[in-house]
Design a binder for this molecule. Structure first.
Ligand SMILES: [Fe+2]
Ligand SMILES: [Fe+2]
Length: 310
């Protein structure tokens, strides 16, 4: 876009945001905008990559060849999401190597949800249903994010995420129509994953100081509590169709608000998990660190190959 009048780059940025147009890598942007995006996109990319572990845990023990093929494809999709997102972050002037270093040295975070263990095969279904479902609620508005490369990556990612969610739901439908033991497994997994899924939207709006700035910049489109509400309202009828109970005694329809009232997650648990004290945090990071070290020879070979051809 051509800015007429005084050549103030900030004015050009403000106009693009105002007009709901995309900011592209070549455009001037405030340092805070760039930093916020790097942090958010990196955190998102790390979540996709670390998120492969809880479900990857069940690939070798999938109950049939069909389930194994489905799970393999799903986990592979998550690796792809991580790659698109690292590429989007690189357009902001950081490189993937640096972001990976920050992940494995615990200087950058990833979603709290992936610090919980997967104890039964029903967890694979519940993760697809609730965790990918919550991710979709968070991510669909990001397709309209003001930063072009991030918004475009999200369009592709969201299509695959909705497939992941259906995949999980289809697995759960098969289990709840199976034996009593299978049905009980689904209920037990739902009990464990419900509250951590609600935490995926982040702290309550009153404790989320960056939300207003992110919304003014068109990075974020809805507050944490709005998105959480949307997720609860979406999940209740799905739980009913499955015949499982969501473990919240305060959950009920509020006719006045035309939405469900619900209980609060245990925010002290959330802070502990975010602070590095989740049940599987040490294992997740150790595994990622080892995978990075084991891959050193591949990076060296790629570098040598590139030098030879330059
Ligand atoms: Fe993903
Ligand atoms: Fe997914």
């Amino acid at each position: 876009m051509t800015v007429t009048g005084p050549a103030d780059p900030a004015l050009g940025f403000d106009r693009l945001i105002e007009a709901e147009q995309r900011i592209e890598p070549r455009d001037w942007m405030p340092e805070g905008y760039r930093k916020t995006l790097i942090r958010q996109i990196a955190q998102h990319a790390h979540s996709e990559i670390i998120g492969m572990q809880p479900e990857g845990n069940w690939i070798t023990r999938a109950p049939s060849l069909r389930r194994k093929a489905i799970l393999l494809a799903k986990v592979q999709d998550e690796a792809g999401h991580g790659m698109y997102l690292y590429a989007a972050a690189e357009t902001l002037g950081v490189d993937r190597e640096e972001l990976t270093e920050k992940l494995i040295s615990a200087q950058q975070k990833y979603s709290s949800i992936f610090n919980y263990p997967t104890l039964t095969y029903a967890d694979v279904g519940v993760i697809g249903w609730l965790v990918d479902g919550a991710a979709i609620c968070n991510q669909v508005p990001l397709c309209r994010c003001s930063y072009g490369p991030y918004a475009r990556a999200m369009i592709r990612i969201c299509k695959e995420e909705s497939f992941h969610q259906r995949q999980g739901y289809e697995l759960l439908l098969a289990m709840v129509n199976g034996t009593d033991a299978q049905k009980a497994m689904v209920q037990e997994a739902t009990n464990r994953w419900w509250w951590p899924s609600l935490m995926m939207f982040g702290p309550p709006d009153g404790d989320s100081p960056n939300t207003q700035q992110s919304m003014a910049w068109g990075i974020k489109r809805h507050t944490n509590d709005e998105l959480r509400q949307r997720f609860v309202d979406m999940s209740v009828p799905q739980a009913e169709a499955l015949g499982v109970t969501l473990p919240d005694p305060d959950l009920r329809w509020n006719d006045e608000r035309q939405a469900h009232d619900h209980g609060e997650p245990d925010w002290s648990e959330f802070r502990a998990v975010i602070g590095g004290g989740g049940p599987a945090t040490a294992q997740r990071l150790a595994h990622r660190r080892k995978a990075h070290e084991d891959g050193a020879w591949v990076r060296e070979a790629a570098r040598a190959y590139a030098e030879k051809h330059s």
